[in-house]
Design a protein around this ligand. Structure first.
Ligand code: ADP
Ligand code: ASP
Ligand code: MG
Length: 473
């Protein structure tokens, strides 16, 4: 080993980074370069772009009794993976071996869809088994392409190493059990100079039942493995130049943020900046691992570095803006609420029972209402749950009503410099007011690195633009 060589690097490639041959060519070059500079490299890969979506929507379709597209979808998936394979692997034997594995996975997928069709219901457990097929296929193609380009690589299903509970569709890793498997299974391969190409997104219960970590969870997989391996750095390779001042799909003027704190990026991820899965941050901070977000299609761009939590005032006050769309505000209100004990606790317990997470709670100045945001499509069920919970209070008129607003969006400004800078909230309101945008509710993050504002759905674009103008990089 070169005395100056760095130790262990985990690199995660998202769906678009493995979506087609041009992208995979970049991945091969990136892995080759990393292999030369680091003593060990672990690759975590997502499914080919769009595949997870295809797998899940087909599952919902067959559950409704429509299996008319099953054959064409299987054919499409087969062709897409085969095309990618043949672009990089010319050896016939190797092609056949890999396609043999892909065909087995597709057969299993066909049986899963069939089982869902027979039951007429897609259970969370069945959906996880289906959804994980995309990653299982992609890592086999990627490992084969790496091998064909002369890099020792091996496809690995994370079902063999990431142990989770059985909360399907959003499973939690069992860190100790995962650690043991990583030591047994991954470490020896790294010692032998192999680049493991591990499926993102998936894990398995101790009994071996496949689970997923939630949509977009491949980032989290990389973080879990990096923590278990005590990696030095994690590089998240995606399709934009790092973490940007806004989603470049919504705000084309968005720019790369060269340096962010863990807290800032956690807040951004939490409030809808899809560039990083929110749960990714925690294991990385806890293990003191460096994190970068880079562009597979522009690898020489320095991207973003995520650093420790010292507030860096000089880096600017507001660093980024995000939007969470498709929300509705639920309000529980009544003049008699003041005297009813535990209203807030009962409200959120009732919401929790519906399995909904609440991204924002807004404080009212009087104690006569509680107001919080929920995903729009869950609002009716939550109102019903609350009406049931407070049936007595409603009858007694202590609570006047529980209601859901029209669709709203949550706009959030993020920046750790805010905590030391007075008047930020004023500037934020001013910027929106100047555009005639009405702020329906406001909430400040507990860590004081973010302020969230709820505005009408139709004010999304204008509001984001107005807030984005407050950023100076
Ligand atoms: P991957 O498949 O690589 O995981 P994702 O689609 O999950 O990619 O995340 C990358 C996308 O996140 C970008 O294409 C971009 O549109 C979106 N995004 C949203 N907010 C931001 C932001 N603040 N900075 C960068 N990207 C963002
Ligand atoms: N393929 C999974 C998804 O689309 C996981 C990921 O891409 O991070 O959600
Ligand atoms: Mg992602």
């Amino acid at each position: 080993m070169h005395p100056h060589s760095r130790r262990l690097l985990v690199m995660k490639f998202g769906g678009t980074s493995v979506g087609d041959a041009a992208a995979v060519q970049h991945v091969l070059d990136i892995v080759r370069e990393a292999r030369a500079a680091w003593s060990a490299v672990v690759v975590v890969a997502s499914a080919l772009s769009g595949v997870t979506e295809t797998l899940l929507s087909q599952a919902y379709k067959v559950a409704q009794g429509d299996d008319s597209e099953v054959e064409t979808t299987l054919q499409y998936l087969r062709e897409r993976h085969q095309q990618l394979l043949t672009a990089f692997v010319s050896d016939q034997k190797m092609q056949q071996a890999v396609m043999g594995e892909i065909d087995q996975l597709l057969q299993r997928l066909a049986s899963l869809w069939q089982a869902i069709a027979v039951l007429g219901e897609a259970s969370p457990r069945a959906l996880d088994a289906v959804a994980g097929m995309g990653e299982r296929m992609s890592v086999r193609i990627l490992a084969a392409a790496l091998k064909a380009s002369g890099i020792q690589a091996e496809a690995i299903d994370a079902t063999d190493i990431i142990v989770t509970d059985n909360q399907f569709q959003s499973a939690h890793p069992d860190i100790a059990a995962t650690q043991a498997k990583v030591d047994d299974f991954l470490r020896p391969r790294l010692m032998n100079g192999v680049v493991p190409v591990v499926t993102g997104y998936i894990g398995a219960t101790p009994e071996g039942i496949p689970t997923t970590l939630g949509r977009g969870g491949s980032d989290y997989s990389a973080a879990i493995l990096a923590a278990a391996l005590q990696a030095d750095e994690v590089w998240i390779w995606t399709d934009v130049n790092g973490v940007m001042t806004a989603d470049p799909r919504l705000i084309p003027e968005a720019q790369t943020i060269p340096r962010l704190t863990y807290r800032e990026v956690a807040e951004l991820a939490y409030f809808g900046a899809k560039v990083l899965h929110p749960k990714t941050i925690r294991p990385i901070i806890e293990a003191g691992i460096r994190l970068r977000v880079l562009n597979t299609f522009n690898p020489s761009h320095p991207g973003s570095e995520i650093v420790g939590d010292e507030p860096t005032i000089l880096d600017g006050v507001i660093k980024a803006v995000t939007a969470v769309r498709h929300q509705r505000l639920i309000t529980v209100e009544g003049r008699g609420m003041l005297g009813v004990p535990g209203v807030a606790a009962r409200t959120f317990t009732a919401v929790a029972r519906t399995g909904t997470s609440v991204p924002l709670i807004s404080q009212a100045s009087s104690e006569q209402s509680i107001c919080f945001a929920v995903p729009a499509d869950t609002a009716d069920k939550i109102v019903a749950a609350l009406e049931q919970e407070f049936a007595q209070e409603i009858k007694r008129r202590d609570i006047d009503r529980v209601w859901a607003s029209d669709e709203v969006v949550i706009l959030t400004v993020v920046g750790s410099g805010m905590q030391h800078t007075p008047g930020v909230a004023g500037r934020v309101f001013g910027a929106l007011g100047a555009k005639g945008i009405n702020v329906i509710a406001i909430a400040q993050g507990s860590s004081e690195v973010s302020i969230s504002l709820v505005v009408k759905a139709e004010d999304l674009k204008l509001g984001l633009l107005a807030l984005h103008e407050l950023i100076k990089i």
